[in-house]
Design a protein around this ligand. Structure first.
Ligand code: EPZ
Length: 416
């Protein structure tokens, strides 16, 4: 697989492109298949490295899978689930830890390697473990593994100190087979959590309060099989919307859920881009440099941290001075250093950066440090003067399905 790609800036992107399935919905839904019994079919599963890693994880735990290139995944699950997750899969992708809740609920024992941190932060799992303990499990760290045991999980009231996406998902899955009712207070509201809950309900779980910060799960004795379609990837859609604004182009993105895009639509309109809304399409265009705006990342429905890097790239060529504040992760400005190499004027402080917009960036060799930083650098390269080579492509392939091909289909000059 190529490790870098080259692009030439200055071409306004124009045309229509369709979004892929949401990585951050498909990953917990695949983990949720561990709870099911029988053969399930999941549609709109994006073809990504992280999805392949999760499929390997399911196979390692004893499930059977069959993934077709049209995005349909067949999963067969039985009562016979292994309870140890392989080290190399969990360290390859920390979202593998989503299997903890389902394995614990189904077998009463889960031995999952402690997921490492990553470039953007330490990524602790204390809220996940606190939830499992509240449900009656013991948890301890032994030789780098988190060992979770429970003769029986019993429903209870759980308050999350922070509306953690992963903790909400893991606890919700564990509670599905617990005895009695579980209420998760201060639950995260991200659309991917709703998608997971609706997937589980379609297989026989009894979850209510989705789309709210108070999720109630009535435990059931068994979860069956189902057929389900994953929601569109709101972060990929947002990335393509910004591609239109930063290249002064005109792009229609098809197959979207409007309610998932509101924070970005508002911010793009605030900075002067034109955003037109259809039933399941969104059209973004810009004919002149956007205006500077301030961004502060917040849990959903606030401005998503996964769009911070991409919007920051847009602000480097905005007219005026912007402040971007990152409140979710402690180290999510590494793309700023690379953008500075392209001529951006950015002052990096503790958890915020101040950007003075420039007329145009200049193409350069840049390095991807994490998934969304990679998207940001590609957006910057599309708007820069001259050629940009983006190194570290494996980060991008983890989370974007055929992004270079989609950009080429919109007239972008990009290899790879
Ligand atoms: C999910 O990560 C997403 N990943 C992330 O997307 C996304 O950035 C994040 O949610 C926030 O929206 C997947 O869904 C696979 P969190 P997650 O638990 O669940 C702290 C991408 O680019 N925290 O909501 O790990 C944590 O340190 C990725 O697609 C604890 O302190 O996010 C962080 O500061 C990047 N203790 C904050 O909460 C815990 O037990 C948000 O983390 C758990 C989290």
């Amino acid at each position: 697989m190529k490790s870098r790609l080259s692009l030439e800036g200055g071409v306004p992107l124009k045309g229509t492109v369709r979004s892929s399935g949401a990585k951050n919905a498909a990953l917990p839904i695949l983990a949720g298949c561990i709870l099911t019994h029988g053969d399930s079919v999941i549609h709109n599963v994006p073809d990504l490295m992280d999805i392949k890693t999760m499929i390997k994880m399911l196979e390692a735990l004893g499930l059977k899978t069959d993934y077709r290139s049209n995005g349909t995944l067949r999963v067969s699950s039985t009562q016979k689930i292994r309870h140890i997750a392989p080290y190399e899969l969990v360290t390859a992708m920390r979202a593998s830890f989503f299997v903890a809740g389902p394995v614990l609920a189904k077998t009463g024992l889960a031995k999952i390697p402690l997921p490492g941190g990553c470039a953007i932060g330490s990524r602790p799992i204390d809220l996940h473990l606190k939830g499992f303990e509240a449900l009656g499990a013991t948890t301890e760290i032994q030789h780098g593994f988190v060992v979770m045991k429970a003769k029986k999980l019993v429903g209870t009231q759980i308050y999350l100190d922070f509306p953690s996406v992963g903790a909400t998902e893991n606890i919700m899955m564990a509670a599905c087979l617990a005895e009695g009712k579980t209420v998760i207070e201060n639950a995260a509201l991200e659309p991917e959590i709703t998608d997971l809950g609706e997937f589980l309900n379609s297989a026989g779980a009894r979850i209510s309060g989705l789309r709210t910060n108070k999720i109630t799960i009535e435990g059931v004795s068994q979860i069956n099989n189902t057929e389900y379609t994953v929601i569109p990837d709101r972060i990929e859609v947002g990335t393509l919307m910004i591609a239109a604004a930063i290249t002064l182009g005109d792009i229609v993105v098809e197959g979207i859920r409007m309610e998932h895009q509101e924070p970005l639509i508002q911010k793009l309109r605030d900075c002067g881009a034109v955003v037109e809304i259809g039933d399941d399409t969104i059209r973004v265009s810009a004919t002149e440099r956007v205006r500077a705006v301030d961004i502060k990342t917040m849990p959903f429905p606030g401005f998503p941290t996964d769009m911070q890097a991409q919007f920051l790239a847009l602000l480097t060529v905005a007219n005026g001075t912007s402040v971007v504040t990152e409140t979710i992760f402690e180290n999510r400005f590494m793309h700023a250093q690379e953008l500075i190499r392209m001529g951006a004027k950015i002052k990096i402080e503790q958890n915020h950066v101040t950007i003075t917009g420039v007329e145009q960036l200049s193409g350069a060799d840049v390095k991807i440090t994490d998934l969304r930083a990679g998207a940001a650098l590609i957006l910057a390269g599309l708007a820069a003067d001259g050629f940009t080579t983006v190194h570290g492509l494996h980060h991008l392939n983890r989370g974007y399905e055929n992004l270079p091909a989609k950009i080429r289909s919109l007239g972008g000059r990009i290899s790879g």
